[in-house]
Design a protein. Structure first.
Length: 275
């Protein structure tokens, strides 16, 4: 660090003083040049004297002030309240409580992210696997994965958990048969698949009991909005024959509510409006 030499002032030689450049001051405070300049613009840091070359010469008082501002900023207190906070910290308790809540939420998010990363690494799942579906993602089609991503936003936490169970329960052979159904599949193939899908309780692509139920639907969405999102997604993600099969399965289950207690028999069918 540069030392300024001169006469003795108030019993202390100028040889004992220091003068830092802006970059040196920023490094000492563990911050950046732009941050120092920003604090100057806000009036939080006084402008120091300049030497003969025009360079700023920061002193210990500037370093202390900068460290104080940085400390308050680190706690999440608005810089506009810096002076008030230093005079009376009780006046910024609301800001501190909010900052604490924000930190807690960020910690929760980071913990969830770490858990997601661990799950993906453990089973070598696709990087874009929806949360909770890591173990089955590699066996799902692109269309199924896309629908799950969307449903995870439409459903509540309990609905998403039930969806995970249903996807995991779906027989692999049935999934592959549905995935492989071509858009021009013959009637016999469609009828056979309808019977097989209607016989299982894990027909998650039809899960009207989820999107239509107040318990399962996200509180951010009205029923009609949820329906529109799911319908549009199914129409875009699956081919004509697949949508035909899903429509027939839905009708079959609606006509036999006693055999499927999880399905309200008088509920309007989602796939009645699927093209």
């Amino acid at each position: 660090m540069a030392a300024t030499r001169g006469t003795v002032t108030e019993g202390r030689s100028s040889a004992d003083t220091v003068a830092w450049s802006t970059r040196e001051l920023a490094d000492l405070a563990g911050t950046t040049l732009n941050t120092v300049r920003h604090y100057h613009s806000l009036g939080l840091l006084d402008t120091p004297e300049r030497n003969r070359n025009g360079y700023k010469q920061y002193q210990v008082t500037h370093l202390v002030r900068l460290l104080q501002v940085r400390r308050v900023a680190e706690l999440g207190v608005p810089l506009s309240k810096f002076e008030a906070a230093r005079r009376d910290s009780t006046g910024v308790r609301a800001e501190l409580r909010q900052a604490d809540a924000d930190v807690a939420a960020e910690i929760e998010r980071l913990c969830r992210t770490r858990s997601d990363i661990a799950a993906i690494l453990e089973v070598r799942a696709p990087i874009d696997a929806p949360r909770g579906f890591e173990t089955v993602a590699a066996r799902l089609s692109e269309s199924d994965l896309a629908l799950i991503h969307i449903c995870s936003r439409v459903y509540s936490a309990s609905g998403s958990s039930r969806l995970q169970e249903m996807v995991a329960e779906e027989p692999h052979t049935l999934r592959r048969e549905f995935d492989g159904l071509s858009f021009d599949a013959e009637e016999a193939a469609r009828q056979l698949l309808v019977r097989r899908m209607a016989a299982t309780t894990s027909n998650w692509r039809w899960a009207e009991a989820l999107w239509s139920s107040e318990e399962f639907r996200s509180s951010d969405l009205a029923r009609e909005e949820a329906r529109k999102i799911v319908v549009a997604s199914v129409n875009e993600l699956y081919n004509l024959a697949q949508r035909d099969v899903l429509r027939r399965v839905s009708s079959s289950l609606r006509d036999e509510p006693a055999a499927h207690p999880g399905r309200p028999g008088d509920a309007p069918s989602l796939f009645d409006v699927v093209a």
